[in-house]
Design a protein around this ligand. Sequence first.
Ligand SMILES: Nc1ncnc2c1ncn2[C@@H]1O[C@H](COP(=O)(O)OP(=O)(O)OP(=O)(O)O)[C@@H](O)[C@H]1O
Ligand SMILES: [Mg+2]
Length: 289
Amino acid sequence: MSKVHMSKAHTSKVHIQQLGKVFGTASANAVPALQDVNLVVEDGEFVTLVGASGCGKSTLLRILAGLEHHSSGSVHCNGAAITGPSADRAMVFQHYSLYPWLNVMDNIKFSRRLRVNRENLSSSDVETASGRADALLDLIGLSKVAKAYPNQLSGGMQQRVAIARALMGQPAMLLMDEPFGALDAQTREVMHDLILHIHRIEKTTIVFVTHDVDEAIYLGQRVVLMQPRPGRIHSMYSVPLPARRNHQMKHAPEFRALKAEILARIRESSGMATDLDLLDKLSRAADAI
Ligand SMILES: Nc1ncnc2c1ncn2[C@@H]1O[C@H](COP(=O)(O)OP(=O)(O)OP(=O)(O)O)[C@@H](O)[C@H]1O
Ligand SMILES: [Mg+2]
């Protein structure tokens, strides 16, 4: 196939078409987790996924990681159908997932070690890998604790190591499922700037799942809003902020307007609006007594 005639599926980083996922086989307990999902992610793009609990964000990310099979439609990365996990698509989870028996440096190099064993890489390859591990440690600001073990690190530090480990193999895509969900608000802010910095330097395509609308807007070039029952894409928003973000921008009218819009859509689609109306009625009824 000539380059000129390559289809969108072959030129975008990720191409998801009419994707569906049903959990369970018997029709009685089948859960339609995703339905008719269409999404294109461009090379180097930072896309955030938000939506009410159960709308299929993790399922979509796991399908991209190759950890879950889809039931219908198609999903391609770099033009190739995703059929299983690949070093090219690295995942960072919410819960700290470092190996407790390895120090920081060895955690970062771990996947590389596996490759060395499997592929018989030369010692110069291993040296290059060590250089990259050092550079990544620098990038996440943890060179001083290279020899420390995970239980000696704070949650934020452990997540930084997990990110460095995911970046070690120079993946084409970084898939992040609420990676900062367990961190306090101040540490999260630091992590936000760190991940934006990493995105600039490494130019990795990032798909980032979060519950937090502020986080989705602050980090994303585009926010994809999903809705539940069945999980599907409700709408997509280009974030109207400069590429270089700073925390002051959270007070900008564009930021606040987009946040209000997304929150209203989430409330509508999650059934929360009905619950709030009910609470309102109950409190008015109580006042009237
Ligand atoms: N392994 C599974 N078996 C059966 N049903 C599942 C499985 N994993 C997810 N589901 C269902 O699929 C739907 C989507 O789940 P998913 O975890 O992708 O949602 P989510 O948007 O990530 O939610 P949250 O914001 O709570 O993390 C839910 O109804 C969930 O119960
Ligand atoms: Mg989830």
